[in-house]
Design a protein around this ligand. Structure first.
Ligand code: ATP
Length: 285
């Protein structure tokens, strides 16, 4: 178009350390450099280089490792409207035809804005969880509907179709990358793929730190609790499981303040502290 194009704006106050994501600094910076770098250069430069922005990013790895957290933070880092979050099974509507409509609706706001402004200054992020639920159905018309195929085709049409939208980014997530049709991984589609792995010991310590920060600040974390020790004892835990462990340690701590005497329940809330014993009990569980 003849209208001037404006580049996406990087939020000046964004700091990775404020995101509440532990142990994924490297992945975050890889995503940024491979999927967004082109968006923060002046559009004229990108036009001269004759390349398209990345429109699809695939995050894969075990459940509960922070894929959704990362996807949401990407929206905060760039000038973006609130990301739309959908999941595969939800998109596979029982009613033939409406699955495609579900997909089209996802892109409506981005399309309208692109038509009006003709630039990509504001990014529209679509987070597509459980992508494999839709994409493994491709080609399998066993149920006689082919709904999965239609959804896939509609999504691809929106991502790399004739009407190019430069203001969208689709972030697909899956626990089963092996189930994703290779046609989806081509340039213009989910071309940047990144594994979000289980956290290592250092990452686990960061996750413990993040999720106990508030109780530590309120002096409710016992001085005998060593986050290093917890990190070393939680090999193969996901971030979600670490959060679950903390939650059960807290419930043991609370439990020691509850007394049942005869047929009454009493709570004594003086000096609640989550101590090493509570964490060890939670680990034993
Ligand atoms: P799924 O594949 O099941 O959707 P996911 O990888 O998207 O999982 P999240 O939903 O991002 O996982 O993580 C679940 C919760 O676990 C988060 O809301 C957060 O509280 C905690 N969590 C997971 N990973 C991390 C992490 N790296 N740092 C901090 N918290 C984490």
């Amino acid at each position: 178009g003849s209208r001037p194009r404006v580049n996406a704006i990087l939020q000046p106050n964004f700091k990775f350390s404020d995101t509440g994501i532990g142990g994924l600094d490297e992945q975050f910076s890889t995503i940024f450099r491979r999927a967004f770098a082109s968006r923060i250069f002046p559009p004229a430069d990108i036009e001269k280089l004759n390349i398209q922005h990345v429109k699809g990013l695939l995050l894969y790895g075990p459940p509960g490792t922070g894929k959704t957290l990362i996807a949401r933070q990407i929206g905060k880092m760039l000038n973006s409207v609130e990301p739309k979050i959908v999941n595969g099974p939800e998109m596979l509507s029982k009613y033939v035809g409406s699955s495609e409509e579900n997909i089209r609706n996802l892109f409506k706001d981005a399309e309208a804005e692109y038509k009006e402004k003709g630039d990509e200054s504001q990014l529209h992020i679509i987070i597509f969880d459980e992508l494999d639920a839709v994409f493994k159905q491709r080609g399998s018309r066993g149920d006689g509907t082919g709904v999965g195929d239609n959804v896939v085709n509609q999504l691809l049409a929106k991502m790399d179709g004739v009407e190019q939208l430069n203001n969208i980014l689709v972030i697909g997530m899956t626990n089963r990358r092996d189930l994703i049709d290779s046609a989806l991984l081509r340039p213009g589609r989910f071309e940047v793929q990144l594994e979000i792995p289980l956290p290592d010991e250092h990452g686990r310590k960061q996750i413990f730190t993040i999720h106990t920060a508030k109780m530590a600040k309120e002096k409710m974390l016992g001085p005998d609790v060593s986050l290093e020790e917890l990190a070393s004892k939680t090999k193969n835990f996901t971030g979600a499981e670490i959060q679950g462990l903390i939650r059960s340690a807290v419930s043991f701590a609370l439990d020691s303040h509850v007394k049942t005497d005869s047929d009454k329940i009493k709570v004594d809330n003086t000096d609640i502290k989550v101590t090493r014993v509570h964490f060890m009990r939670a680990l034993d569980e």
